[in-house]
Design a protein around this ligand. Structure first.
Ligand SMILES: [Zn+2]
Length: 85
């Protein structure tokens, strides 16, 4: 599965650290990882789980080669902040 969502080109992810590691062998979409973190943050979920294997691959855009862990954490943070607004 390859991500086709427009967040592939979002400049919001340009500040995330690059991650060229071979973690699990595939390049996963940091945008989808962010969205998952955001969803959990907004719900103030007390259990955080990043389903790395379930993330779509990323073949293009600004989110490729970005750290999915950092994207997830940023998404969670933004989601928690949004829950207070
Ligand atoms: Zn994506």
């Amino acid at each position: 599965m390859t991500c086709q969502q427009p967040h592939r080109y979002s400049p919001n992810f340009s500040s995330l650290p690059d991650d060229q590691s071979k973690f699990n062998g595939r390049h996963k979409c940091a945008g989808c990882s962010y969205d998952e973190g955001y969803r959990l943050g907004l719900a103030k979920s007390s259990t955080l789980n990043l389903d790395y294997a379930g993330l779509p691959d990323s073949q293009a855009g600004k989110v490729r080669h970005k750290s999915v862990q950092a994207a997830f954490a940023k998404g969670y943070m933004d989601g928690v902040l949004a829950s207070y607004e």
